[in-house]
Write a protein that binds this ligand. Structure first.
Ligand code: MG
Ligand code: MG
Length: 264
């Protein structure tokens, strides 16, 4: 069943989303060549716990860390390691916070220093596809309208839309119904109703959309080893305009006018 949240529940998710947004901002300050991905995880976990939250991902199905850190050809579910960031990498940071009983979930992909123009475009357009999806995430539309919007925009550029991983409802559980695919048909799928809270999260590949899972049991990468990007917001469905419950504001305070910036 799809849970409809009350305004007070949505307010709690927004508070969780603020802590999450600020944790992302703290992590953004450390993204540069020479830094290990384990360091980024430590920064996020400390910030979340210092602010009364719990990292949603740590221990979830035995996931080992607070952040999913997915580099280059990794689409999602990579984990922090001793890997040292280098110029030309792209890094997706996906994080969840549980606070006052409610989760929020948000992801952002950064260029580390100078990256190839085609890769930079992938980041911008994936972010843009999320913003376009937010425009149609209103009461009366359907889940398929979200996927259709993302898919038709990014496929114009020859990109791949990952099929096996999808967005989802968010609330007392990190993953709730409905599934929110990044592909779909207009007018298909469950109807969007005011009070639904969804994580919308395009996962877009520069090449073919086929993915494989590494032997570590977590890391999902592109089969053709081309780059992938991932942006995610947790949002509440409203009558006329979506209410975004997570925020990139704190990321963008840090990245503005730097090589980390992903403008759209
Ligand atoms: Mg996420
Ligand atoms: Mg998610």
């Amino acid at each position: 069943m799809i849970f409809i949240k009350s305004d007070s529940e949505i307010e709690l998710i927004k508070i969780s989303g603020q802590v999450l947004g600020k944790a992302h901002g703290e992590v953004a300050k450390w993204i540069k060549p020479g830094v290990t991905t384990l360091k980024l995880d430590a920064i996020a976990e400390e910030y979340i716990r210092d602010n009364g939250g719990v990292p949603s991902f740590k221990g979830y199905n035995k996931f080992p860390a607070s952040l999913c850190i997915s580099l280059n050809d990794t689409v999602v579910h990579g984990f922090p390691t001793q890997y040292i960031l280098k110029e030309g990498d792209i890094i997706s940071i996906d994080c969840g916070v549980k606070l006052n009983g409610f989760h929020s979930d948000s992801a952002y992909t950064y260029p580390v220093g100078e990256v190839k123009p085609e890769v930079m475009q992938l980041l911008r357009r994936t972010k843009q596809s999320l913003f376009m999806a937010l425009e149609v995430a209103v009461e009366g539309n359907r889940v398929g309208d979200i996927g259709y919007t993302i898919q038709t925009y990014v496929e114009k550029f020859g990109y791949g839309v990952v099929r096996e991983l999808v967005g989802h409802g968010v609330g007392r559980n990190l993953h709730e119904k409905p599934e929110v695919p990044n592909y779909g048909k207009r007018g298909n799928g469950p109807k969007l109703r005011e009070g639904m809270v969804l994580a919308i999260e395009p996962m877009i590949t520069l090449g073919n959309r086929a993915i494989v899972q590494e032997r570590d049991g977590w890391t999902i990468r592109t089969n053709d080893r081309k780059q992938a990007a991932h942006f995610e917001h947790t949002v509440a469905i409203r009558k006329d305009k979506v209410e975004v419950l997570t925020t990139f504001e704190y990321i963008e305070e840090v990245t503005k006018n730097t090589s980390l910036m992903v403008g759209v």
